[in-house]
Design a protein around this ligand. Structure first.
Ligand code: NDP
Length: 488
């Protein structure tokens, strides 16, 4: 098998397995070939993961912050040095082309480790004067053992976006990847250990939803950070609430990308393509409802179709290929179902809409990049998250109209505006109900910028200094300097 890891889980600094756990296979999405066989974590594996994480966390929290930061920054350097090998593994795990994984997966994970490694020594509290010589001070303290649960679209990135701030704050992390993409988080665990993290500080356990659910309710767990769909988020949030655990929820979206008449046409088309076709459309923040003002619509569609038809689909390991398959047979079927539904509801399919024949990769989960025009707000393809390369283009006339329509969704993850009128662009993003917004750009998520959703799309923020608040809590200490004035 092409990518078989030494064992399924990485716990307490070593690969471990328990063959009594449910067996599952990891499939290369470009061919359908099985590339690894693993076992889901059993209760015994989960106990080992939580015990060793608790021990490591106790030790790690006592380290000098600057030393903690150094470990993370060393891990970042090691990831960058091994980028090619890690990107190839990510491509096998997800099917995303090397052209993407080389620049957006391990590298993005390394940047998170570097950023939070740098921030680690600056995580501190404040002193609050209270009069009469009394004062209070606050400390930012770690939460304890944190659980990270990942989706399958960015396995390395998600492991690092959760692990880096957690570790920087003095926590330990147990990460459960999606069973669809179990491989690359194991490499993150190996590298952190080699970079000097204590054994047990970053454990990886495999399994389906049940393993995630067992971790979420484990009494030894203080926090859960999930990247996944809204229905899973609701379950995890509710389960975490029973133990009053902290949560971060990075969930799905149906974001609006608004193109005004005065936009730079090529930039707007490029932004819409990035926001719909990158990672074969399997990106939570995608701007899948592209609202185009009527004056620019025909020209926009013409350029969009021409550029979409030129996308190179094929062998993900070929550096020149721009689009790979979808991640799994199930996702393939789901996305084709949405395309059929779009056609049946009367949207005009301007290009794509089918399964391309990719020679030598007939068993892969391919879908052509697809553009629908004439989409109405009430169509299923304009309301539900598709998570595939399917763009819906909708017409609009006025600013007020498009803002109302953009906000008429339960989701609130992201949004974007293309316009040369910057006053208007700022005014519009101000009124869009979403956590992450772009002006004349789309889907860039640098680690310096907080990322996350509002409404049903999530709770909390990843990245930026904001993430620190979600992996630590304040301890307030009142210091009395004078006599105690008790009234009795
Ligand atoms: P799912 O919600 O199906 O799964 C997410 C993770 O949760 C998986 O690891 C899954 O395990 C696990 N899980 C499932 N059920 C439970 C449970 N009851 N308790 C604990 N864990 C559970 O999402 P997908 O993996 O299908 O990913 C796609 C979704 O993720 C999309 O909706 C997308 O929008 C969202 N997403 C959000 C992002 C964001 O940052 N906002 C980024 C990327 C994706 P398993 O898969 O092994 O069953």
């Amino acid at each position: 098998m092409r990518a078989q890891p030494e064992a399924s889980h990485f716990i307490d600094g070593a690969y471990v397995d328990d063959p009594t756990g449910a067996a599952f296979e990891c499939v290369y999405p470009a061919t359908g070939e099985v590339i690894a066989r693993l076992h889901a974590a059993t209760p015994a594996i989960i106990e080992r993961a939580v015990d060793s994480a608790a021990r490591a966390q106790d030790h790690w929290a006592g380290w000098k912050p600057v030393e903690r930061g150094r470990v993370l920054r060393r891990a970042a350097d090691m990831i960058m040095a091994r980028n090619r090998e890690l990107s190839e593994l990510e491509t096998l795990d997800t099917g995303k082309p090397l052209q993407e994984t080389l620049v957006a997966d391990a590298t993005s994970g390394a940047e998170a480790l570097e950023f939070f490694g740098g921030i680690a020594p600056t995580i501190n509290g404040e002193t609050i004067p209270l009069g009469g010589g009394d004062f209070a001070y606050t400390k930012r303290v770690p939460l304890g053992v944190c659980v990270g649960i990942g989706a399958w679209n960015y396995p390395t990135q998600i492991a690092c976006w959760k692990g880096a701030p957690a570790l920087a704050c003095g926590n330990a992390m147990i990460f459960k990847p999606s069973e669809t993409t179990p491989l690359s988080a194991l490499k993150v665990a190996e590298i952190l250990l080699e970079a000097g993290a204590p054994a047990g500080l970053f454990n990886v356990v495999q399994g389906m939803g049940a393993v995630g659910a067992a971790l979420v309710t484990h009494p030894g767990v203080a926090k859960v950070s999930l990247t996944g769909s809204v229905p899973t988020g609701q379950k995890v949030y509710a389960a975490a609430a029973a133990g009053m655990r902290h949560v971060t929820m990075e969930l799905g979206g149906k974001s609006a990308l608004i193109v005004f008449d005065d936009a730079d046409l090529e930039d707007a088309v490029g932004g819409a393509m990035l926001g719909n076709f990158y990672s074969s459309g399997q990106v939570c923040s995608n701007g899948t409802r592209v609202f185009v003002q009527k004056g620019i619509r025909d020209e926009f569609l013409k350029r969009l179709v021409a550029r979409t038809e030129a996308i190179r689909i094929g062998d993900p390991m070929d550096d020149g290929v721009q689009m790979g398959p979808l991640v799994s047979a199930a996702q393939h079927e789901k996305v084709l179902g949405y395309i059929a539904q779009g056609k049946a509801e009367g949207a005009r399919c301007l290009c794509g809409g089918g399964v391309p024949r990719v020679q030598g990769f007939e068993g892969g989960f391919w879908v052509e990049p697809t553009v629908f025009a004439g989409v109405r707000d009430d169509m299923v393809i304009a309301r539900e998250e598709i998570f595939g390369p399917v763009m819906s283009v909708l017409d609009f006339e006025t600013e007020d109209e498009v803002i109302a329509r953009a906000n008429a969704t339960e989701f609130g993850l992201a949004g974007g505006v293309f316009s040369r009128d910057l006053a208007r662009a700022h005014r519009v993003v101000d009124r869009l109900e979403a956590g992450t917004l772009w002006i004349n750009s789309y889907n860039l998520a640098p680690v310096e910028m907080p990322f996350g959703g509002s409404k049903m799309s999530g709770v909390g923020r990843e990245n930026g200094r904001a993430a620190i608040e979600h992996y630590s809590e304040l301890k307030s200490v009142y210091v009395g300097m004078g006599p105690v004035e008790a009234p009795y």
